[in-house]
Design a protein around this ligand. Structure first.
Ligand SMILES: Nc1ncnc2c1ncn2[C@@H]1O[C@H](COP(=O)(O)OP(=O)(O)O)[C@@H](O)[C@H]1O
Ligand SMILES: [Mg+2]
Length: 264
């Protein structure tokens, strides 16, 4: 569960570049809910995720994860509760470590049993099994450096690592935007599977209206640091991509001539 109350984030406060990125966001994602988040460039989507993860400290408001107030907690203190996958496939894993070392790190974070990088036979078999389930043929490449993998393979592994960490919350920030269409589709399917299997509460930022309606069970639209649309259930099922674009147009005062609004 994520509860965000009155969240405000201002960048460069008191400077000529001062920018209010979040202007009082109220938002509750229930346990195991999967929420798609859309909004044009600069709407505050990444800032919201960064604030939840602790990378950005809010000027006002409160953030609770699984009932714990983490608002003032440093990133490291809440890291065990949060798994993240970024747009950049290089950001979620360490290219210089092998696949199994990356998995071991994720596993150690989740279990807190201090395994560290020591990889025994049982663990290696568990990793192999997890990789085999992916169907990407990576189970035979445990000792390959992460840097050898394609962007899509790395995103898929980032998701596997996210589940190993047994986090309360999964934060996905346009995690398929840098992938080719086939790989993007694969990672989206994997995302669905992972969320369904683990029941992790998930926020997925996307620039795709189609994904925003197809993925998860709720769609939230941010605009200028505020939640301006929040739909679920029948209301959401009755929306189509055209409707969403129409809403976008309305809040943006018709200036739809904007390539930040990609329609897929
Ligand atoms: N580290 C930062 N320093 C200054 N301004 C920032 C920073 N991060 C984001 N911003 C600004 O905050 C606003 C929201 O950004 P962001 O959350 O990245 O939007 P989105 O992810 O919806 O495109 C934008 O105007 C952006 O330029
Ligand atoms: Mg962003």
């Amino acid at each position: 569960m994520i509860r965000v109350t009155g969240l405000e984030v201002v960048f460069g406060k008191g400077t000529p570049l001062e920018k209010k990125a979040l202007s009082g966001v109220d938002f509750i994602a229930g346990e195991s809910q999967f929420v798609s988040v859309i909004g044009s460039n600069g709407a505050g989507k990444s800032t919201l995720l960064a604030a939840i993860a602790g990378d950005v400290l809010p000027q006002a408001g409160r953030i609770e994860i699984a009932g714990v107030d983490v608002t003032r907690q440093p990133t490291a203190a809440r890291a065990g509760r949060i798994a993240r996958v970024f747009q950049d496939p290089l950001a979620g894993s360490c290219g210089r470590l092998t696949i199994e070392e990356n998995l071991a790190l994720a596993d150690a974070r989740g279990s807190r049993r201090g395994f560290g990088l020591a990889i025994g036979r049982a663990r290696r078999e568990m990793f192999r099994h997890r990789l085999k389930e992916l169907g990407l043929g990576l189970e035979g490449r445990l000792e390959d450096q992460m840097a050898l993998l394609s962007g899509g393979q790395r995103q898929a592994l980032s998701l596997v690592m996210a589940t190993m960490a047994q986090a309360n919350v999964l934060l996905l920030d346009e995690h398929t935007a840098a992938l080719d269409p086939a790989m993007a589709e694969f990672v989206l399917d994997l995302t669905r599977r992972v969320v369904a299997e683990t029941g992790v509460t998930t926020l997925m930022v996307t620039h795709s209206m189609r994904q925003a309606l197809d993925m998860g069970d709720r769609t939230v639209m941010l605009h200028e640091g505020r939640v301006i649309l929040d739909v679920a259930g029948d209301e959401r099922r009755n929306l189509d991509v055209e409707d969403l674009i129409h809403m976008f147009r309305k809040v943006r005062g018709q200036d739809i001539d904007d390539d930040s609004l990609l329609i897929e």
